[in-house]
Design a protein. Structure first.
Length: 577
């Protein structure tokens, strides 16, 4: 085939394959999940370049190239040939690899040279080229191509050439170009195309209020690709209103919450979040969060603070019981692995909680303070056949101080929660999708090194836990939870069936518990099954579940709410402004 014809076909293939865009709005590191609308992936963007690269160098090297095919004829035969070139009595046994910068080409050739004698002659160089290509891609050139150029056996060596792919023209457009340019400083003309392209596009697309479009086309020189990035500012603010019955009957079951987010408040890529809400039990809460990028590699710093006030009603109303919790913290999140299919991040943070519980009818007050440092890993990965897995592990080390001498004396004679503590927690989930059907498997748990303050215990019961039981039905120092859910997607509706089960151990170190708790001194198991429905249409979304307890008749009664109904029903409705 003529050189011009092959080049035209390659260019046509490139133009058909290349168009790609990223439209993303993300919340950053402030706790909310990023939301994105990707029309393709960075791998897809560069895939066209990868298709084109193996052809271009061959065309440049030889107007009528021929890929080496070693004959099965003996080396000394006059009919032995490679690429149409007659081979003399002595076949070359040295291997040479050209065009590699990310690895030592000479050392790689020495490592792979034994394959020349272990493979059948027709397959030797092609197999070696694929092996070289795999190793170069694994070393950080994911779009490299290895090919077999025309051979000259008279030189006593076989040759494999590698085209790593280099940036041609790099162009940034859009109204956010000036602020976003530092995120793409590594994308410079003449440099090899590596994992930094996909990584930096993903990092930029996660910045709050920024939309990213990436396109790649053939460059002016052989083996080059031109990059065009369009960076625009998206909507600056978001808001949401939520109504649910996810509270407790004693402190207020029905809750109304409003949340708002503003992007670009003080600098590019930051986000300010404000949440406020109340319930029908005269309780209220509010929180403020602020997150900002601290590097162009995806690291973020988050600051947060909140206040929660509650008053107990029902059977506790005569005690005039109330309390408050003040929380402040900061955290740093650093991405370790960031690709379109897998993400792993490391985080470390510090938090302070100040808690006060009062019983005004008897003039009792229990002030406590807890400080802690938490470090952990979180990750998500896309598996084959439409499956997604995610999870994490964290370790929290802290100290609890009881500030009232009377309560400190009671604690010293009993649970001994004051002092230093260590908690290790983990969770994992797998979502398997078959067309409209989906199966979710999830597990979580924690262990501790001592008796914990109630604010650090593992809790079972509620809309996010064992859904057949009341919120906060039972808690313990150690606990596990397992959930399974079968889903079916039907237009805007998603009906599902589920089973939840969990167990807690009340105390790491038991002490003389009241007689009423003897039968449950070691712990308690909760289980339930039910049906649910999710609905999403435009800015509206809703979810409802009805669940029944799985237990013997004598153990089905709720210990936290004597008026709890069966089935237990949870409902939530949200509207995004």
């Amino acid at each position: 085939m003529e050189r011009s014809s092959m080049l035209a076909i390659a260019m046509k293939t490139m133009k058909t394959f290349i168009p790609c865009s990223f439209n993303a709005q993300a919340t950053g590191g402030d706790g909310a999940r990023p939301r994105s609308n990707r029309r393709c992936t960075p791998l897809g963007v560069l895939g066209g370049l990868a298709l084109l690269l193996p052809n271009l160098p061959v065309l440049a090297a030889d107007p009528s190239p021929s890929i080496v095919a070693l004959s099965s004829t003996a080396a000394g035969s006059p009919h032995a040939s490679t690429g149409g070139t007659q081979v003399g009595p002595s076949m070359p046994h040295r291997l040479r690899i050209d065009g590699v910068t990310v690895l030592d080409g000479a050392a790689l050739a020495i490592e792979l040279q034994p394959m020349l004698t272990h493979l059948a002659p027709p397959d030797r160089l092609e197999a070696l080229a694929r092996r070289v290509e795999a190793q170069v891609r694994a070393a950080g050139r994911p779009f490299a191509r290895a090919y077999v150029p025309s051979q000259d056996p008279a030189r006593g060596e076989w040759r494999i050439a590698v085209v790593e792919g280099r940036y041609g023209r790099v162009e940034l457009n859009g109204d956010a170009t000036g602020d976003a340019r530092p995120w793409f400083a590594d994308l410079s003309s003449g440099l090899p195309i590596g994992t930094e392209f996909e990584r930096q596009v993903l990092i930029a697309s996660q910045l709050p209020g920024i939309s990213v479009r990436a396109a790649l086309g053939p460059g002016a020189a052989v083996g080059e690709g031109d990059v065009v990035l369009t960076l625009n500012r998206a909507r600056r603010w978001e808001a949401e209103i939520d109504l649910d019955n996810h509270g407790n009957r004693h402190s207020g079951r029905h809750r109304l919450t409003a949340s708002g987010h503003v992007n670009g408040v003080l600098r590019f890529g930051d986000r300010l979040s404000v949440v406020a809400g109340g319930n029908d039990g005269r309780g209220w809460q509010g929180s403020v969060g602020y997150g900002l990028p601290i590097s162009t590699r995806g690291s973020r710093l988050s600051l947060s603070g909140g206040h929660h006030h509650y008053e107990l009603g029902g059977e506790f109303k005569p005690l005039r019981a109330e309390g408050q919790v003040d929380i402040g913290g900061l955290a740093v999140t650093v991405p370790l692995v960031l690709t379109e299919s897998s993400r792993v991040s490391w985080h470390i943070g510090a938090a302070m909680r100040r808690m006060v519980n009062r019983q005004r009818a008897v003039a009792l007050e229990d002030p406590r303070r807890s400080t802690s440092v938490t470090a952990g890993l979180r990750g998500v990965t896309s598996l084959s056949s439409g499956s997604v897995a995610w999870g994490g592990v964290a370790m929290e080390a802290g100290k609890v101080r009881l500030r009232d001498p009377a309560w400190a004396a009671i604690d010293a004679a009993g649970p001994r929660v004051a002092g230093e503590f260590l908690v290790i927690s983990a969770d994992a989930a797998l979502l398997k999708q078959w067309s409209a059907w989906g199966l979710l498997l999830r597990a979580s748990g924690q262990i501790a090194d001592k008796n914990l303050d109630p604010s650090s215990k593992f809790v079972l019961g509620g809309p996010a836990s064992v859904r057949a039981w009341s919120l906060g039905e039972v808690s313990g120092d150690h606990g596990v939870l397992a959930q399974t859910e079968l889903r079916y997607r039907w237009n805007a509706l998603e009906p599902f069936a589920f089973i939840d089960a969990g167990r807690v151990k009340f105390h790491h170190t038991p002490w003389a518990a009241p007689k009423a708790r003897v039968k449950d001194r070691d712990g308690r198991t909760l289980a339930g099954t039910g049906l649910g429905l999710r609905w999403r249409h435009g800015r509206w979304s809703a979810e409802g579940t009805a669940a029944w307890r799985l237990a013997s008749v004598s153990q089905r009664r709720s210990a936290s709410d004597s008026r709890a109904k069966v089935p237990q029903v949870w409902v939530s409705v949200s509207y995004a402004l």
